[in-house]
Design a protein around this ligand. Sequence first.
Ligand SMILES: Cc1cc2nc3c(=O)[nH]c(=O)nc-3n(C[C@H](O)[C@H](O)[C@H](O)COP(=O)(O)OP(=O)(O)OC[C@H]3O[C@@H](n4cnc5c(N)ncnc54)[C@H](O)[C@@H]3O)c2cc1C
Length: 608
Amino acid sequence: MPLRHTMDFLLYDWLHVEALCQRERFADHARETFDAVLDTCERIAREKYAPFNRTVDIQEPRFDGEKVILPQATHDAHKAYAESGMLSAAQDYDVGGMQLPYTVEAAANAFFACASVSIGSGMLTTGNANLLMAHGTEMQKQVFARNEFSGRWSGTMCLSEPQAGSSLSDVATRAVPDGSDFEADPLGPRYRLKGNKMWISAGEHELTENIIHLVLAKIPGPDGKLTPGTKGISLFIVPKKLVDAQGQLTGVRNDVALAGLNHKCGWRGTTNTLLNFGEGKFPVQGQAGAVGYLVGRPGDGLRCMFHMMNEARIGVGMAATMLGLAGYYASLDYARNRPQGRPPGAKDPAQPQVRIIEHADVKRMLLAQKAYGEGALALELYCARLVDEQHTGESAAANEARLLLEVLTPIAKSWPSEWCLEANSLAIQIHGGYGYTRDFPVEQYWRDNRLNMIHEGAHGIQAMDLLGRKVLMENGRGLQLLGARMQDTIQRASGHAALAEHAAALGQALAQVGQATQAAWADGDAARALANAVPYLQAFGHTVLAWIWLEVALTALRVDAMQSVASTAGRMGAMTYFYRYELPKIGAWLAVVRTCDATCASFEEDLF
Ligand SMILES: Cc1cc2nc3c(=O)[nH]c(=O)nc-3n(C[C@H](O)[C@H](O)[C@H](O)COP(=O)(O)OP(=O)(O)OC[C@H]3O[C@@H](n4cnc5c(N)ncnc54)[C@H](O)[C@@H]3O)c2cc1C
């Protein structure tokens, strides 16, 4: 089914997002306004993004020694996106936003990710500005966030350093007070930063008049030493070009220099940079050191940065999902048109060849992609709806949504990153040799998607976050809440002849996950428990997806009990595929978790 049809079904038939309009914040909205936003984004994605997906892959960002050069299509796409108002879609009306529910914002942004995931870096700008709206001073909101929301300036997130990727506690960028009046600057306490930031997406380009870097750095103590660990990390606004309190460029270039562009496997429409802060290439008032303005309190940097974590991780999960679906649509189209071979048992060469979609194994690969991609889309929208609940629900419901998000976010980020990447691999397989060439789009989808298991918390880190923190926090209440929601779905599904078998399977899977969680932590030894965190993540994720598919199937049967529409029968088929071919895998994954299998952890380095 086309993406929009699936999106509408999930948003309106399943999640009932229009019910959010009864809340004060969304009172001016109605299904019509949500549809208008979706229509606009779908159109811009179709016109300004999709046709140029290959262009941005081939014409990688280039540095001419002074400027980073991007294809014209990237400039046009950026302009169209900014003009659509999507950069500030969820913000208040009085800062120029639309007060759109996050669920609708996430759905609308999905069209861009499906059309060309890397042309737009709007997610970073929005995330940066949203963070400032939450933690910045009034002046910082006015000067920096508002100019980002309008598209005049863009934003980055500068966490990683060459020696500090997964381990942010090892950040070594230093920030020292800039002069004796450093606290009197209207833009915030002013510091000078020195250090290197690696992998910074959209760190240099000419798409916007200015680039607003949000930089993690440590303020040395009186002894000149940096506080070890994450507690010493603070957050700074470091503009590429210095600005005054009215938001005008002062004409002074800040001491932030591009050390080089990273040449990536995929996602080439967005520049990726190594930035040197404060090395003296652009001295400010004759002095080396990048000028930065403190956001929040000293030492609060990671907490501020992680404020936006749920949305950022749902954004990554959604991008992975959309790449998975893009490959699915491409390989479905190919399989419907490619004649090759004859059915087993009908080998008469005089007979015409059949189209490959008629082969059972090709159907298997298409069903797997459908089950991964559409299931992941449902999961991301479900999580986005929890974000809206957290922000606008009654206090008990909001608190429940918060805890559910704690547990589900590692899945929302990691599950599509792994399985929609697998979907892309299957899309290549369906294309045969053609899929392995650049004449078809599927190899690019795979390359683009390969990023998602690496950034925003690598796969193994997410897995340890899930098993080591999220399922334990608040005495395991998040896990219990999730279990209760699953039990409710199981109960509703048990009464349906078409679903009872799957409801029982989900009940067993849930029990297995619960047992494995307890067994892993039986002796409280973190090293033993977490040695198999990734198989745990895989099993947990598959169980969550099985639950999501049962929810989707219940909704499909509610709106079309006779399964008379192809989309209903299609959803039922994908759900059945997931239960028969995917869910049983959790047995093997959980076995090593339950027994704290030490095959990997104890393997001697010399034996590799
Ligand atoms: C294209 C791209 C865009 C990016 N954009 C940004 C950005 O805009 N801003 C930004 O700040 N960063 C960005 N990053 C950085 C990204 O977040 C890091 O690459 C990521 O955090 C991993 O850090 P690393 O590359 O140093 O790998 P490492 O931390 O060295 O990890 C390498 C591998 O080792 C394993 N590993 C590491 N530590 C552990 C552990 N404790 N336990 C178990 N396994 C472990 C993991 O499997 C990991 O994949 C980007 C990266 C890429 C590739």
